[in-house]
Design a protein around this ligand. Structure first.
Ligand SMILES: NC(=O)c1ccc[n+]([C@@H]2O[C@H](COP(=O)([O-])OP(=O)(O)OC[C@H]3O[C@@H](n4cnc5c(N)ncnc54)[C@H](OP(=O)(O)O)[C@@H]3O)[C@@H](O)[C@H]2O)c1
Length: 241
């Protein structure tokens, strides 16, 4: 039997890499990073589709290629690629702001647009947008990053409703956001020690999460076990709110 096809963006490191390892036995994977050189590990049998999402032309070409090469068989998208440049907004260079908007928000929107066209025709499909706890709580020195993550939660809720509004008959298109708290990856590696200690005190679990703990949630959401969950934001944060 043919395996269902899943695109994972930002699959070269951190959460995306853990998700690719978790899903590779059951799904046929299309793995993305900003360039093929970013990968140190590629799950056997996976295909690569790379683009720098900070570059609008590369993003457009990526979406076209996704539709052309995988349009008939795409089952799910995990919009996971993301960046943060932590700084007071007052001192944040406009270039950093543009990068966060383009990579974290515009790229998922354009990929959702491509995927929804495919899913509407197939009447089935799953989109998971990687948001963040700070999209709900806000966070000092992450104003733009938090805004992009709040945007992804709103995008997901809206698209879940839109799928229903544009289908007379039933469909099984599901759209979620997942909001990790603090997870051990390159992204959290750069948090200064005194902030890490402060955050650890605030987390009821008293530890950062592992990439595997988030990957397990993605595996569940893609499966039929989650067939009646839609249009919602799933928190994975050790109780931090
Ligand atoms: N770690 C956490 O605690 C945490 C918490 C909440 C939410 N999240 C979210 O979870 C997602 C993954 O985070 P992570 O911690 O795993 O991050 P990470 O280890 O820093 O990995 C980021 C991924 O995004 C890709 N990426 C970066 N810049 C890109 C660009 N210009 N174009 C295309 N792809 C690009 C990277 O590819 P390259 O290798 O090619 O650069 C890499 O695969 C992000 O959306 C993040 O906001 C993380």
């Amino acid at each position: 039997m043919n395996k269902k096809k899943v695109l994972i963006t930002g699959a070269s490191r951190g959460l995306g890499l853990a998700i690719s390892k978790k899903l590779s036995a059951e799904y046929s994977l299309i793995l993305h990073a900003s360039s093929p050189e970013s990968f140190t590990h590629i799950e056997p049998g996976s295909q690569l589709l790379c683009a720098d999402f900070a570059d609008p032309e590369q993003l457009t070409a990526f979406c076209k290629q996704l539709k052309k090469e995988h349009g008939d068989s795409l089952y799910a998208v995990v919009n996971n690629a993301g960046v943060t440049f932590d700084k007071s907004l007052i001192y944040q260079p406009e270039d950093d702001i543009d990068k966060m908007l383009n990579i974290n928000l515009k790229a998922p929107i354009m990929i959702c647009k491509t995927a929804m066209k495919i899913f509407n025709l197939n009447k089935t499909g799953v989109i998971i947008n990687m948001s963040s706890i700070v999209g709900e709580t806000g966070n000092a020195f992450q104003a733009v990053y938090a805004a992009t993550k709040a945007g992804l939660a709103a995008l997901s809720r809206s698209l879940a409703q839109e799928a229903a509004a544009t289908s007379d008959e039933g469909h099984s298109i599901r759209v979620f956001s997942v909001s990790p708290g603090f997870i051990e990856t390159d992204m959290t590696q750069s948090i200064p020690e005194q902030f890490k200690e402060k955050y650890l005190k605030m987390i009821p679990a008293k530890r950062f999460g592992s990439t595997d703990e988030v990957a397990g949630i993605i595996e569940f959401l893609l499966s039929d076990k989650a067939s009646y969950i839609n249009g919602t934001n799933i928190h994975v944060n050790g109780g931090l709110l």
